[in-house]
Design a protein around this ligand. Structure first.
Ligand code: SF4
Length: 289
């Protein structure tokens, strides 16, 4: 029913519907499911997202390797000091993103949307928007459908895999999905959602995938924390009325071309970037031993 943002936007305008509504219509048709069943499944997704976003806020959850853990709790405590530079919403969003990343690294339950590595961004962004805008779970679920529609377009026309396109494809896509969803939740137009999604991808275009020791932990958790901020500020840029000069479909194509230009060392092989730093290599040796 739609492969490109241009087509999805046309459907929104023709039917006078939001992105989420078009995505739901398509899901019901393609997967031959009922509206009720779809909603039930998305409620379950939201439940898991909420659990992973708060699980590591008040207790340390360490990864099996011991590389990461405890940072979500540190950030949550720092937020309580009321002396942060960027303010409570941003710090709380980053803490939630780190929480899901830590749950993921400890082999806990997360929603891999769009991937396990970038799983902290969408929950933290949407739950932060829920708190700020006083949204119901039902409204947040509509945002998840919007995010899904944007992610589907990226996956169909490019990639959401760090191994194929670098971290821009994973954390960039997650931030784009979150940004577009938040714009819709805040009352923005479908066009504004895609402006926000474009900003999020453009903001981190070229970001490499360089997990130390090949484990999805460091710098992955940090990129989830910065990814949620990217999603939030991209939504604000679009809600302020700022428009992306380059249409979303072209931004997605550009991101994909950049990913294809990346050498293999910068695509999840742990042979470049911080994975290849002296400390990264030392950690890898230790883990192998
Ligand atoms: S650095 Fe690579 S493995 Fe880690 S989150 Fe980014 S894309 Fe995923």
């Amino acid at each position: 029913m739609f492969n490109k943002a241009e087509e999805l936007l046309r459907l929104c305008n023709e039917k006078n519907k939001r992105i989420s509504e078009i995505v739901i219509e398509k899901e019901i048709k393609v997967n031959k499911t009922s509206y009720e069943d779809l909603m039930d499944r998305m409620h379950n997704v939201l439940r898991i997202m909420k659990d992973s976003s708060k699980a590591a806020l008040d207790k340390e959850i360490r990864s099996v390797s011991g590389l990461t853990g405890g940072d979500a709790k540190k950030l949550e405590e720092y937020n309580k000091s009321n002396e942060t530079l960027t303010g409570s919403l941003i710090i709380s969003a980053m803490a939630k993103a780190l929480s899901t990343s830590e749950v993921n690294a400890s082999m806990g339950r997360i929603v891999a949307a769009p991937t396990a590595g970038a799983s902290g961004i969408i929950p933290s962004a949407l739950l932060s928007a829920q708190e700020k805008l006083n949204l119901t779970d039902e409204q947040v679920i509509m945002g998840l459908f919007t995010a899904a529609g944007i992610g589907e377009i990226i996956a169909k026309n490019a990639t959401v895999s760090g191994a194929e396109g670098g971290c821009q494809a994973e954390c960039g896509s997650a931030a784009a999905m979150a940004a577009g969803a938040i714009v819709e939740l805040a009352g923005g137009s479908p066009e504004a959602s895609f402006h926000a999604a474009s900003f999020a991808l453009v903001n981190i275009m070229g970001l490499v995938c360089d997990p130390i020791g090949g484990l999805v932990e460091y710098p992955c958790a940090l990129r989830n924390a910065s990814g949620v901020v990217n999603g939030l500020i991209s939504a604000d840029l679009a809600l302020a009325g700022i428009k992306s000069l380059v249409p979303f479909d072209e931004v997605v194509d550009s991101m994909y071309r950049v990913g294809k230009m990346m050498p293999e060392a910068l695509r999840e092989t742990a042979l470049g970037g911080v994975a290849n730093s002296p400390t990264g290599e030392e950690i890898k040796r230790r883990l192998l031993n």
